[in-house]
Ligand binder design. Structure first.
Ligand SMILES: [Zn+2]
Length: 343
């Protein structure tokens, strides 16, 4: 959680009010770009794959397909498709910050030894480019789970207030769009399908297993989608402010509105920041203010008080338990929070 706190202290460094459109500048990408510059110092060339093939408990080398995934949602969706038919690893352990991740030599080694790499794409895993290069694995199949998904690229007109933070520049390139597609269960169906097709291409022997597992998970995603639809259709256009630009896909799917990403400084809010936030709350009839689990910032609490809104926690699912079923539990918890906040 320390990494997350650090991220938030930086992320919450000034106040941005995005208006009219439900998606704002993507906070993730600038920090990942920064990470990239340090890549060659931390990621080194691996030894040959044969030297570190995984060993089963019986002492024999595992014959299972070796799959490396980047962060938690990719691990969940891949593991849901493979079951026990493949060895699935996660590069970014839960508790680490995906937007700020820096690869280590172990990560290069893991990719060097793998047959398949599953990533979210859309610029989220900027550390990958150099890491894959350093892994020198010509047999690696890269699965871009977001292939074919309609990306939200539009960025709201942003009215900046307060001091500018040198460390967190919002003038970065949004060409790849907002990466947080895993927060929309319908788009996750496409991600699961992409992962399944890649796995079958590399490991046709287990085709039947991958297809059956993917179908079962997709059915659960359909049920989750119905639950979201039925619950949130009672509160159309529920408008909220967040501190992490993670919910534009979710908002679009269920007719919610993310009108502003608020970023506040570590020490104190400027009076103009507070005024702008209050104005937006009045103008857009904002119902909810969403923080995230693991974020504890007195300024958020005092801002919520000034806005006369209850501060609640929405989970962007970048951290959590590695059981694929945890996706549904976390999303259902989010649904309950949304239902209560939008009422
Ligand atoms: Zn994020």
């Amino acid at each position: 959680m320390i990494g997350r706190q650090k991220k938030y202290q930086r992320l919450l460094s000034y106040l941005v009010m995005g208006l009219l459109l439900p998606f704002i500048a993507n906070c993730g990408q600038s920090s990942v770009n920064q990470t990239n510059q340090n890549q060659n110092q931390t990621a080194t060339t691996p030894s040959t794959p044969e030297q570190s093939s995984s060993v089963s408990t019986s002492g024999e080398k595992s014959k299972k397909l070796k799959v490396v995934t980047t962060f938690l949602p990719m691990y969940w969706f891949t593991k849901a498709v493979t079951g026990d038919a493949a060895d699935v690893e996660i590069l970014i352990p839960p508790g680490s910050e995906v937007h700020d991740f820096q690869a280590k030599p172990d990560d290069v080694q893991a990719i060097a030894n793998a047959s398949v790499l599953v990533k979210n794409g859309l610029g989220l895993e900027a550390f990958l480019q150099d890491t894959i290069k350093n892994a020198q694995n010509p047999k690696l199949l890269e699965i871009d789970a977001s292939k074919g998904i309609d990306i939200l690229k539009e960025i709201s007109p942003v009215e900046k207030a307060g001091k500018k933070d040198e460390d967190h520049d919002h003038n970065h390139n949004h060409a790849e769009g907002n990466p947080h597609v895993w927060l929309d269960p319908v788009l996750v169906k496409q991600q699961v399908t992409n992962i399944k097709e890649g796995l079958i291409a590399k490991d046709p022997e287990n085709k039947a297993t991958y297809e059956a597992n993917a179908a079962a998970y997709i059915k659960e995603l359909d049920n989750l989608n119905s639950e979201f639809q039925q619950t949130l259709q009672k509160t159309p256009k529920c408008t909220f402010i967040t501190f992490h630009d993670a919910y534009p896909y979710l908002a679009k799917r269920y007719n919610l509105k993310q009108v502003a990403v608020v970023e506040i400084p570590e020490d104190q809010l400027a009076p103009t920041d507070v005024k702008n936030a209050i104005d937006a709350v009045k103008k857009y009839k904002v119902k909810a203010l969403f923080s995230e689990p693991g974020v504890d910032n007195k300024l958020l609490t005092s801002l919520a008080k000034d806005l006369n809104l209850t501060l609640r926690e929405l989970d962007s699912l970048e951290n959590g338990d590695t059981n694929p079923q945890d996706y549904f539990q976390a999303m259902k918890a989010n649904l309950q929070i949304l239902e209560t906040a939008c009422r």
